[in-house]
Design a protein around this ligand. Structure first.
Ligand code: FAD
Length: 308
């Protein structure tokens, strides 16, 4: 049987896993999320302290928005539970799920607050699990300090994000940590592709084309900016490698500039998409009645007949 191979497998589609997915899939990596099972977020009654939702947001809509965002970034979300992960002879990871799926990837991100069991065997139990007493009985729990602050673990290619990494006190903290882990994954991928540390960190920034205060076609200035921001003071990077990385970086930064027409196009598309997740009845109620009537009239053909 042919096993699908991805760049990254994320276990857990809560705030942490989704943030990692948005970060890595937007960069262009082939990313899949498996999401099923015990969730911290689904136990929350109503989310009132996540920035951007002044009166809060219900958990169902928040999940739908997170998953729509992940899909928009190009990441597949599979409703299935990961049961085991083993290391293959070539140093990759083989993932098996409850519904009998098998996939492979060189990188795993574990973002499953309550479940670290499927990671057992990738390192020694002593390193990965803590034992504590509860009502006189010994319990084992995934060690929330197993990963470092950026989610990196002693097992190459294995990362831990969000509450499972001890960064889940609030949804926003878990999401922020998921993004930090995503950037760590990207920095490692980019380093493996020949980038030195100053050029390995990825900035997913969209800039305003109109705010550019130098000539777009002036290659010298682009080169100078690259030297200022991405080159160490003293370096002995081979010329071929330097030119390759510089070309890639300048192309990326140029493509990340938006003119005002494009910003407006994206604004309309974003509002339209957001509206599809809102309650129709309430949307109509919020919009001014005269505006609703005017819109309805505009939809009717002159002469009284409805447009087909
Ligand atoms: C009762 C309660 C109320 C809370 N209220 C708030 C609040 O009001 N505001 C706030 O900011 N924070 C609140 N929190 C904290 C918040 O839930 C966490 O900060 C946040 O959800 C952590 O995100 P996460 O992505 O790390 O994990 P989770 O949200 O737990 O997401 C983990 C995901 O992994 C999936 N999963 C689990 N095991 C597997 C597996 N083996 N294979 C595949 N998928 C798997 C789950 O289905 C889940 O979707 C609350 C927590 C609780 C328990």
């Amino acid at each position: 049987m042919l096993v699908p191979i991805h760049d990254v497998v994320i276990v857990g589609g809560g705030p942490a896993g989704c943030a990692t997915a948005v970060c890595t899939a937007r960069y262009g990596l082939d990313v899949v999320i498996f999401d099923r099972g015990n969730s911290s977020l689904r136990r929350c009654a109503f989310l009132e302290n996540y920035l951007g939702f002044p009166a809060g947001i219900d958990i169902k809509t928040f999940y739908e928005l997170m998953h729509a965002h992940v899909a928009e970034a190009g990441c597949e979300i599979v409703s299935d539970m990961v049961e085991s992960i083993i290391r293959t002879d070539d140093g990759s990871f083989r993932v098996r799920t409850q519904d009998g799926r098998a996939v492979q990837a060189p990188r795993i991100v574990a973002a499953t607050t309550y479940d670290g069991e499927y990671l057992r065997g990738l390192d020694s139990d002593n390193a990965m699990f803590d034992t504590h007493e509860h009502h006189g009985e010994a319990h084992e729990e995934f060690d929330r300090e197993y990963a470092d602050v950026n989610g990196q673990t002693p097992v190459e290619g294995l990362y831990v994000a969000g509450a499972l990494a001890g960064r889940g006190e609030q949804v926003q903290i878990a999401a922020g940590h998921g993004m930090t882990v995503g950037r760590e994954v990207l920095a490692n991928v980019r380093a493996a592709n020949g980038r030195w540390p100053e050029a390995a960190t990825h900035y997913d920034w969209l800039r305003r084309r109109e705010a550019l205060d130098y000539d777009w076609d002036d290659e010298e200035t682009w080169h100078q900016r690259f030297a200022d921001h991405r080159l160490p003071d003293d370096h002995d990077i081979e010329q071929d490698r330097l030119e390759r990385v510089r070309e890639q970086e300048i192309e990326y930064v140029k493509n990340a500039h938006l003119n005002s027409t494009e910003i407006e196009r994206r604004r309309e598309r974003a509002h339209r998409q957001l509206a599809t997740h809102l309650d129709d009845e309430l949307l109509l109620e919020v919009v001014d009645d005269d505006r609703v009537l005017q819109y309805a009239e505009e939809q009717v053909e002159p002469g009284g007949g409805d447009s087909e």
